[in-house]
Design a protein around this ligand. Structure first.
Ligand code: NAG
Length: 374
């Protein structure tokens, strides 16, 4: 009996410990609020590999306090009071426990500080998939405050993995490089098609972690090229530019808690390929609107089902709102590509110069035969 209790207790402890390392949200010290001891800093430069609690660093890493000045620029940090800057060949990494085989999405916030092109390479190790890393140009500014959050997804190859964020660049000024603040992880559950929707994750409720703070302006989902695991499960961003994932805590969202904002005109598209039956009639329905983010003007979303297309206009006052739209078509292939893009580029009217666009949500595909039965 005592042994049984011990075993049960052990199992309980083991599982609760496992669960605690898997909560969705910030990594331990994921917003760098715990910093190096003064003796491990030379000015702002971090001098030893393990000086930042929970992280290991290499290369030129600086520990930055919010409000610190760089030339005429005031460095502002979105969460808490501290961030790191990844200078020449700087790398930060952290080991974490995950569930082997599960899909995860990493969200991190970054800001550009110097004028030149800056890039970040995000990866996990071990990773048995070849050439599986995310290369993020930190160049286009999407948010009004200069800080953007980016998402990248991976499948855990082992139960302990190391997440790395690396600035591969080498500049004349070794300190030049992007700032990194919050780093968070979220488990992704691959969504399934349902009886009422042939599309997976049509309402975009499953996706990367979105930071809660007031400076959070959604998450940039980068263009997806070869990767089979998307941070937005079910969907492919097979365009040149990114789309933005937004939530109802910070924006107006037509349905549920999350939606997509098409921020880069025809250069950013969202698609999903579905199996269809040749000769059968289908209805694609969706909502388009605006996120209540000062994105004002005439908007047009073009929706495609292979070659069938509809252009939906939406007159945005930038204050939130949406309308429903649909496209009826007869399938001419066993595979139909559903795709959305915004015809025009739109910029916020808040003088930030940041890109914005129409919101797409609640995308459903049903076959007409099913519709009659419902
Ligand atoms: C990104 O990092 C990974 C892992 O270290 C590496 O294999 C890959 O070559 C890097 N890619 C670029 C373009 O720097």
């Amino acid at each position: 009996m005592q042994r049984l209790i011990a075993v049960v207790l052990f199992l309980f402890c083991a599982t609760s410990q496992l669960a605690s390392s898997l909560n969705d949200g910030l990594l331990p010290n994921g917003n760098f609020e715990y910093g190096p001891k003064p003796s491990e800093l030379k000015g702002t430069k971090v001098m030893s590999p393990k000086a930042i609690p929970n992280w290991e660093i290499s290369g030129y890493v600086e520990y930055i306090k919010s409000g610190q000045k760089q030339g005429d620029m005031l460095l502002i940090v979105p969460e808490g009071g501290f961030a790191v800057r990844l200078g020449n060949e700087a790398l930060i990494k952290q080991k974490i426990k995950v569930i082997k085989g599960m899909f995860y999405s990493l969200t991190f916030s970054a800001a550009r500080t110097c004028a030149q092109e800056e890039k970040l390479n995000v990866s996990v190790s071990p990773n048995y998939e070849k050439n599986d890393f995310g290369l993020f140009p930190i160049q286009t500014m999407y948010s009004s405050n200069g800080w953007d959050s980016y998402a990248w997804a991976f499948q855990a190859s082992e139960s302990v993995i190391e997440i790395s964020i690396h600035n591969p660049g080498v500049e004349e000024d070794a300190a030049c490089g992007p700032l990194i603040d919050s780093v968070a992880l979220k488990t992704l559950y691959p969504p399934k098609r349902t009886r009422v929707n042939l599309l997976k994750n049509g309402n975009f409720e499953e996706g990367p972690y979105i930071f809660a703070g007031p400076m959070s302006e959604g998450v940039i989902i980068p263009p997806h090229i070869e990767d089979d695991h998307s941070p937005l499960p079910g969907w492919i961003i097979d365009s040149l530019k990114a789309v933005k994932y937004i939530d109802s805590d910070h924006f107006t969202v037509p349905e549920g808690k999350r939606a997509i904002e098409l921020i880069a005109g025809k250069e950013s598209s969202l698609s999903q390929v579905v199996r269809t039956t040749i000769g059968r009639d289908y209805v694609l329905s969706f909502t388009i609107g605006d996120a209540n983010n000062a994105c004002e003007g005439s908007m047009v979303v073009e929706a495609f089902a292979n070659k069938n297309t509809v252009k939906v206009t939406y007159d945005s006052k930038g204050k939130g709102g949406f309308k429903q739209a649909r496209l009826r078509f007869k399938a001419d292939s066993t595979r139909t590509r559903i795709m959305f893009y915004s015809t025009f580029y739109t910029m916020k009217n808040d003088n930030s110069g940041s890109l914005c666009g129409p919101v797409v949500d609640d995308v459903k595909l049903v076959s007409i035969r099913k519709l009659h039965r419902l």
